[in-house]
Ligand binder design. Sequence first.
Ligand code: ADP
Length: 334
Amino acid sequence: RALVQPDAEGDERAFEAALRPKTLDELVGQDRVREQLTLVLHAARRRERTPDHVLLSGPPGLGKTTLAMIISGEMSAPLRVTSGPAIQHAGDLAAILSGINEGDVLFVDEIHRMSRPAEELLYMAMEDFRVDVVIGKGPGATAIPLEIPQFTLVGATTRAGLLPGPLRDRFGFTAQLEYYEAAELHRIVRRSARLLEVDVTEDGGLEIASRSRGTPRIANRLLRRVRDYAEVRADGTVDEDIAHRALDLFEVDRLGLDRLDRAVLHALCRSFGGGPVGVSTLAVAVAEERETVEELAEPFLVRMGFLARTPRGRVATPAAWSHLGLAAPAPGAP
Ligand code: ADP
């Protein structure tokens, strides 16, 4: 679990920060997004304007925060960071906006989790660089217009579809981040190994890349665990055998499924006969938050062809049964 979900220790953050690419050139993969964004930022610099608002969507760990930091770096503009769950009242957002300076980049992670009233305030700020701050309550309430300097909003969300249309429409540039190919993850592992001064062989790097489920964050996390193993149980060099043994120890299987993924598949097949079953029920069965199952385990299981989302609920595919070494029920059986 700890391999897919951030561990509570703060050093995970420091570790991620150390490995974050700082410029568009350093970014690995996402070629189209990188090229488009290069253009958008270049054009804005030429016109001496703040770039359009940017919406980044995609599963966790694919580089949304990294891109927000890169945008701020490339524009030499200060970055302000907040998140949807931290903005529960329109007033929370008004307070943030009133502290903004000309040209700032405001990064709102999990922007789909902002409250409705805050969202409405944000539309106005994005479009007109102005908000109405309501002071007081009831008949005595008055709206005071507040001018906001031009800024660039960078919103991140796991799925663009979670955002209401009017909010989505106010982003001038939208990028959908895709899962990474094994070759790209291999490049990321090599880059991280260099920064961490870990000796990783070609095969060792590939082994880590191929179990990283298309996600740079996971690739880096696995590298860290494998490095620990290599240092304690061997001479520090990460070769294929060491990577293999370390990842087995940490319960990341050959296809990159970890304990949570397998728990979800087990529950689906064993407890619910392969489904259909609702995602909330599945989450309870594996003692996890619904969001964790929905955002971390499911997209990967769907991508691997192990799980299908149907209108009646989640269903295990024949591949899921066989991956678990179980016999799938005969078609048409109750
Ligand atoms: P998100 O905000 O989408 O959850 P992050 O931007 O925090 O993801 O990225 C997670 C980690 O993965 C960071 O440590 C970063 O170094 C690494 N990473 C993400 N995308 C890339 C990339 N394209 N190239 C190299 N490293 C990356």
